[in-house]
Design a protein around this ligand. Structure first.
Ligand code: GSH
Length: 356
């Protein structure tokens, strides 16, 4: 066992992170520095840059908090193309595929298997480092993990990656930049609710946020079914909570909602089909559907939702799962329809200081 584990090659991408029994095991992010006053990484306007994919739920958490806090002028953003490409195309022996940068007017890209034609709409190239792909950023930061994920929070001063773990980046955006944020009063992790938020995150992360990946990247029936059961039990739990209160931690919107939302908005369009999470569509849960609609329409989440990037990425980037890169059409944009959350829970507001 130990010898086999030691001999296993290092995961280069999430698709390689499976155990011998077929379970998806996500490796921890490698860069975990904090931005805080009086430390190596001082909070300063114009110093940091956020690299995201608009497809990635983890990166989009960070982007939505950046917008909600009003940090658009203080922290720059680059957006990758949704379709993974070879990151060292000049080296035939290096088969890694991952996130690449393009400008909106550039020619469309095909999948790494050579299928489809996917425009560069919504991409923002790397104006800070001029990198062609996210792998080059990790190389500049002397990475040793070999997994080139987004989000990446980059420090222009030290020319390195500060942090690539979304749960930590959203906490920094929530508190570290309040002197320069346009919306410093919004507290997504208020003192009084911290224990409740931590409790919620402790089951929504494994069962739902990571749970959809545990379904989709499982390589055995047993691993898939275990993740599937856990996922739908947790969604039932969310539905029950949202039938009693407006948000996950009570009457105000918190980071627990931001974290969950980015998974929920992808559910019907991607996960039900691609990750085989097909017990039920999310829009069939009345309270979850209303909550997703409210969060999308009213809480500042919109700039971090791009269904073209979301669908294109998943369906065109994993040759093992979808060789021909055909993207399912899908149905109506149900998240844009009216919701009943304000009528149902009139006293509630978004953020610790009321309505956004
Ligand atoms: N722990 C990280 C996970 C980030 C992550 O897995 N990002 C995916 C995109 S959704 C990625 O970039 N994967 C690259 C790969 O698997 O090669 C976080 O929450 O920030």
């Amino acid at each position: 066992m130990a010898a086999a584990a030691a001999a296993a090659p290092k995961a280069r991408t999430a698709l390689d992170e499976t155990s011998k029994t077929g379970e998806f095991k996500r490796t921890d992010a490698g860069f975990r520095n904090q931005i805080a006053p009086g430390t190596r990484f001082e909070p300063e306007a114009g110093r940091y840059h956020l690299y995201v994919s608009l497809a990635c739920p983890w990166a989009c958490r960070c982007l939505s908090v950046l917008h909600m806090k009003g940090l658009q002028d203080a922290i720059g953003v680059s957006v990758t193309h949704p379709t993974w490409q070879r990151t060292r195309p000049e080296d035939p022996a290096d088969e890694h595929t991952g996130w690449v940068f393009r400008a909106p007017g550039d020619p469309p890209l095909s999948s790494a298997t050579g299928f489809g034609s996917f425009p560069c709409t919504g991409c923002i190239p790397d104006s800070v480092n001029g990198a062609a792909n996210v792998r080059q950023l990790y190389d500049m930061a002397n990475d040793t993990t070999g997994k080139y994920s987004v989000p990446v929070l980059w420090d222009k001063k030290e020319k390195t990656i500060v942090n690539n773990e979304s749960s930590e980046i959203i906490r920094m955006f929530n508190t570290a930049f309040n002197d320069i944020a346009k919306n410093p009063g919004l507290d997504l992790y208020p003192e009084a609710l911290r224990a409740a938020i931590d409790d919620i995150n402790a089951w929504t992360y494994p069962a739902i946020n990571n749970g959809v990946y545990r379904c989709g990247f499982a390589t055995s029936q047993a691993a898939y079914e275990a993740a599937f059961e856990e996922l739908f039990a947790a969604l039932d739990r969310v539905e029950a909570i949202l039938s009693r209160q407006r948000y996950l931690a009570g009457g105000v919107l918190t980071e627990a909602d931001v974290r969950l939302f980015q998974t929920l908005i992808r559910f019907d369009e991607v996960y039900v089909v691609y990750f085989k999470t097909n017990k039920r569509f999310l829009r069939e849960y009345p309270n979850i559907a209303g909550y997703v609609r409210e969060l999308y329409q009213e809480s500042g989440m919109k700039p971090a939702v791009d269904m073209y990037h979301i669908k294109t990425h998943y369906y065109t980037s994993h040759p093992k799962l979808n060789y021909y890169a055909v993207v399912p059409r899908g149905g109506e944009a149900w998240w844009e329809q009216p919701h009943d959350r304000a009528a149902k829970f009139p006293a509630a507001g978004a953020g610790a200081e009321g309505k956004l």
